[in-house]
Design a binder for this molecule. Structure first.
Ligand code: PLP
Length: 222
């Protein structure tokens, strides 16, 4: 068994354990392999052991990699910051866009979509100035705007909490995202990364986005 296969197996056991602690079905949690900086060969190793969902945050990097994986049955998730001038290409390349955070971006998706696109609204729960995501105060208006765009299938909410040493400290934010999901009747909750996914699962995550836990640590991004 290679290193990635081992990592996948260990992650699956941890997903099961976290799910069973709260009486959840582990199959209700979609594992998205975040493959930024990971080369195609290693991505294939993950696909070989039952990964079907790939997350990328940079369009340029994703373009060439996804082009060489068209022989595989993968669902592609865009999880990075969206610039309006990149939306056209993102719509062509990705099945899910998880990082809709303003009306301008949603309108561009509507403009360029040639098929229904599943989207999540990214919420900046800690209101961090340097991060993408709509602040909670703007969520209601954005949900309403997206809901009337026929090409956008609004499926849920996504969040990237601040990095903290102790994942317990972000539990209230995951809980808050779940409350907001319930309030707006949005079933999908994309929350939880390598160091905090178990807490996110306990709080109701339906999608977790893991890079480091599957592929090891990445080179620092400038
Ligand atoms: C990089 C990234 C992840 C994965 O982070 P890890 O800590 O390596 O699991 C998840 N979500 C987003 C939006 C990312 O950019």
């Amino acid at each position: 068994m290679n290193e990635i296969a081992r990592a996948c197996e260990s992650v699956r056991l941890r997903i099961q354990a976290a799910a069973s602690r709260t009486g959840r079905d582990p199959n209700s949690i979609r594992l998205i392999a975040v493959t930024k900086t990971v080369g195609v060969e290693r991505i294939r190793q993950a696909l070989d052991v039952g990964i079907y969902d790939i997350g990328e945050n940079r369009l340029q990097e994703a373009e060439s990699k996804l082009a060489s994986l068209t022989d595989r049955p993968i669902t592609r998730h865009f999880i990075g910051h969206l610039q309006t001038n990149k939306v056209r290409r993102v719509v062509e390349l990705f099945d899910w866009i998880q990082s809709v955070d303003r009306v301008e971006v949603a309108s561009k998706i509507q403009q360029y979509a040639t098929r229904p696109v599943s989207v999540l609204i990214e919420v900046n729960l800690a209101a961090e100035a340097t991060k993408s995501g709509v602040p909670e105060s703007g969520l209601s208006a954005l949900v309403q705007a997206v809901s009337v765009m026929p090409a956008l299938q609004l499926r849920g909410l996504m969040t990237v909490p601040p990095f903290v040493e102790n994942p317990e400290d972000v539990r209230p934010l995951f809980r808050r995202l779940r409350e907001l999901g319930r309030q707006f009747d949005l079933p999908e909750l994309s929350m939880g990364m390598s160091h905090d996914f178990e807490v996110a699962i306990e709080e109701g995550a339906t999608m977790i986005r893991l890079g480091t836990a599957l592929f090891g640590s990445r080179p620092a991004i400038p």
